[in-house]
Design a protein. Structure first.
Length: 336
């Protein structure tokens, strides 16, 4: 995938006033965008597989101004946890990289971020915010880049958030649906089909599992036989998506490398797996680095039943939780 952008007529035209260029004030100088949460890894696809969901997600309001620079004007819904410093916030930092790439650092940008999803949930919280910001600035600039070409800029936000610029959250958030990251160097992102009728049943136990800590638990060396098993499962899962084969998808949703370690951090994990599989789930696993877990199902009714039973189990453990039932989001971000 090429990230090089040629100059063309889509660049935002500036008006001249007293010899100084100014960003025009028009309906196109302001936009509000929603970007979806995502389920990364999809059990066996560590750092290479992910899919988007319709709920939850984040919203960004963006306005162009005459004063060069990117500022975070307001953040809501974060309980004061996110930085207002533009250099430290994933949204503003990614927008800055974008403007630098298109050589428009003369532009001023004001950002309002509205967190509509839990932070540190394993559902791509930082990814949703970053993607909403990039989609917004790209709209205001006249869609200079395709969603695929925005992925490297979103990866910069992930690098700021968790120290590693992976794409299995940001790519599906930008493109919608299931996404395979075939390669990181060079970056090669592939959209995969979604079987009709597939739903995700997501439960977020309100416990703290920082992404950085979860990544540090992963083994740096693995047995060849485990690698072979994992390769087969990733190939099987991708094949199942193309073949609309729910049984193959379910057989392939097994992780012998990462889940055995990470699941230790999630209270009631094995019991929630049992609940899912005994009540009609295709497969079950950790969303991203956790603590959220997800089940894939063939219909919405099954997904609702699984989330209710899993939440009741967590309540019995004195753990609060949130649940989200959603079909796979095929659209990606959208203008509100």
């Amino acid at each position: 995938m090429s990230n090089n952008i040629n100059s063309n007529e889509q660049f935002l035209k500036s008006e001249k006033n007293d010899g100084k260029e100014k960003v025009p004030t028009s309906r196109d100088s302001r936009v509000k965008v929603f970007a979806p949460a995502t389920v990364a890894n999809v059990v066996c696809g560590f750092d290479v597989l992910g899919f988007a969901v319709n709920e939850p997600g984040d919203e960004v309001e963006m306005q162009l101004t005459d004063t060069p620079g990117v500022i975070i004007k307001q953040i809501t819904g974060d309980d004061g946890r996110l930085p207002l410093d533009a250099a430290k916030n994933t949204v503003s930092a990614s927008v800055q990289h974008y403007l630098q790439h298109i050589n428009r650092l003369d532009i001023g940008v004001e950002i309002k971020l509205h967190k509509k999803m839990p932070i540190g949930s394993g559902l791509g919280s930082s990814s949703a915010s970053t993607v909403a910001g990039l989609f917004a600035i790209n709209k205001l600039m006249g869609d200079l880049l395709t969603p695929t070409e925005l992925v490297p800029f979103a990866m910069k936000g992930e690098e700021l958030a968790c120290g590693y610029g992976h794409a299995d959250n940001v790519a599906p958030a930008l493109l919608g649906g299931f996404v395979l990251v075939r390669s990181y160097d060079p970056l090669d992102v592939i959209s995969l089909p979604t079987p009709a009728g597939m739903f995700a049943a997501i439960v977020y136990p309100e416990v703290d599992v920082p992404t950085k800590d979860a990544r540090q638990m992963i083994r740096s060396k693995i047995l060849l036989k485990d690698a072979v098993t994992q390769w087969g499962n990733v190939a099987g899962l991708v094949s199942g998506l193309f073949m609309n084969d729910f049984d193959l998808i379910g057989r392939s949703m097994k992780d012998v490398l990462v889940e055995p370690t990470r699941s230790i951090l999630i209270p009631g994990f094995e019991d929630m797996r049992t609940i899912a599989m005994e009540n009609g789930a295709i497969g079950f696993g950790i969303s991203g680095s956790g603590p959220s877990v997800f089940s894939l199902t063939k219909d919405e009714e099954t997904a609702q039943k699984i989330t209710e039973l899993q939440q009741q189990h967590l309540t019995n453990l004195n753990i609060n939780s949130k649940a989200f039932v959603s079909s796979v989001n095929a659209e990606g971000p959208r203008v509100l």
